[in-house]
Design a protein around this ligand. Structure first.
Ligand code: NAP
Length: 439
């Protein structure tokens, strides 16, 4: 198994349940749980607690965790075939989609992924504190990630104080000058991808108001038709209409939701100073078209939250257009033929959609395909499970085992206790590896 996020662990669980199978779960990070640890926002402890439900998978004697091992870098896929009868890739979608507009590389422009990595304490995150001296931030996109990053920017220090976010992140967010956050949505309220619980949460922040222009909620004919088919969109619209009927109430921060507005240029010479946006209208096919009417939103930081993409892995086919590994029900295919012994699950299989639970069904489908293929799989020549760790150590790579992860957990709990909370994340890779060695 390559990847210890929900997709990988649900697949490992299904494999082990099928009978006499030993599963190694490799992860390029020293820590398991993928997006549960490094994607779910720190202020969502309930969703984060899914890690506790996934824990028994890695504690199963038939499963071995090997963290800090990057397939394609530390060991090739070809080499893995020497050790495993089948390889299941569940390595997610760690890259970003781009907008393709001018100014996307200006200082002050970031992908939401970079920002999420930072506040989640991801070992590969860029050093903060981003442009938190900004008074106004624009967030592009209408998905739950756009809500996550906006909410994290809008929360007070007191609201964040009990989270497991790294201390320097909490300090930087505490000092943030952000007052206005503009969420820029290219289509209408009915087409937004937000889920209602997450949208509603934006209205429950301690010291931030949500602002919606009632004119943005006027629906055209295609939206009326779509609304009739979508209970989720109806619930979202109720929430938005409620906000649109309120007047500003003097809170320290404001989150503005703008619909039917698309970004056309990031403004600024040496750093972001604003975002040029264009009003849109919906076409009958449901896409947004520019109307030619533009205006400039002042902003000193812009976050692009328009979805993730898979990243190609050496030796594995990859579809550039969709950003996933081509597959049929989890069997990797190239030129219409199955690649023997290689499978995919999760976002690298279906793209970056769905909630964590979606991966359970997805992983089971892949495991069913794999189990069906067992009679035809080529048996790996190397049967000693100690051979791969030995090879890695020869290359200067020390895998983090389950025991090592437990030591990291304990170190994070101790750090948290010293600050009066349940845990504080350790962010740096070297610090994580040092903590893993401490048991
Ligand atoms: P997403 O739900 O696919 O949303 C992406 C957004 O970007 C869409 O609103 C899309 O608009 C917009 N977009 C794409 N290209 C654009 C462009 N060129 N210009 C302007 N807007 C553009 O993706 P996500 O927010 O990254 O979330 C990924 C997945 O994780 C989702 O399934 C999400 O529900 C899940 N997630 C769940 C939670 C939670 O449950 N709490 C938290 C975070 C993430 P169009 O619709 O017009 O294309």
């Amino acid at each position: 198994m390559v990847g210890s996020g929900p997709a990988g662990l649900y697949a490992a669980d299904a494999l082990v349940a099928s009978g006499d199978v030993a599963v190694d779960v490799l992860d390029r990070l020293p820590c398991p749980f993928g997006l549960v640890r490094y994607g779910v926002a720190p202020d969502h402890p309930k969703i984060k607690s899914i890690a506790a439900a996934l824990r028994p998978v890695l504690e199963d004697p038939a499963v071995r965790f090997l963290g800090n091992v990057e397939v394609g870098e530390d060991v090739t896929l070809e080499e893995l075939h020497q050790h495993y009868d089948a390889i299941l890739l569940a390595n997610g979608a760690p890259a970003d989609r781009r907008l393709g507009i001018a100014g996307e590389d200006l200082p002050g422009f970031y992908s939401a992924r970079e920002f999420v990595d930072w506040y989640s304490g991801h070992p590969d995150a860029a050093a903060g504190p981003f442009h938190l001296g900004a008074r106004t931030v624009a967030v592009i996109g209408a998905g739950n990630v756009a809500l996550d990053v906006s909410r994290m920017l809008a929360r007070t220090a007191a609201e964040l104080s009990q989270t497991d976010a790294p201390q320097d992140v909490l300090r930087a967010l505490d000092r943030s000058a952000v007052e206005d956050i503009h969420i820029v949505v290219r289509r209408g309220p009915v087409q937004a991808k937000f889920t209602t619980n997450e949208l509603r949460e934006l209205g429950r922040l301690a010291d931030a108001a949500v602002m919606v222009d009632p004119a943005d909620l006027e629906l055209d004919d295609p939206s009326h038709a779509q609304l009739a088919q979508s209970p989720g969109a109806r619930r979202n619209l109720d929430v938005l209409r409620d906000w649109a009927s309120r007047s500003p109430d003097g809170r320290a921060r404001r989150v503005h939701l703008h619909f039917k507005l698309r970004p056309v240029e990031v403004l600024g010479d040496s750093a972001v100073t604003g975002l040029r946006v264009e009003r849109t209208r919906l076409l009958p096919d449901g896409t947004a078209d520019g109307t030619g009417s533009t205006y400039d939103l002042g902003a000193q930081m812009v976050l692009r939250s328009v979805g993730y993409r898979g990243r190609p892995m050496p030796g594995v086919p990859f579809d550039e257009a969709s950003g996933v590994v081509p597959n049929v029900a989890g069997r990797v295919v190239e030129d219409g033929l199955a690649v023997p012994g290689v499978y995919v699950a999760g976002w690298i299989k279906r793209g970056p959609t769905g909630v964590i639970g979606t991966n359970k069904r997805d992983a089971r489908e892949t495991v069913a395909a794999l189990l069906e293929d067992v009679p035809t799989l080529t048996r790996a020549p190397v049967r000693d499970p100690e051979e791969l760790p030995r090879l890695l150590r020869e290359r200067g790579v020390t895998p983090v085992t389950w025991r090592g992860w437990c030591a990291i957990e304990e170190a994070e709990a101790a750090l948290g206790r010293s600050r009066g909370r349940a845990a504080t994340k350790i962010a740096g890779r070297e610090d994580l590896l040092a903590a893993a060695r401490s048991l």
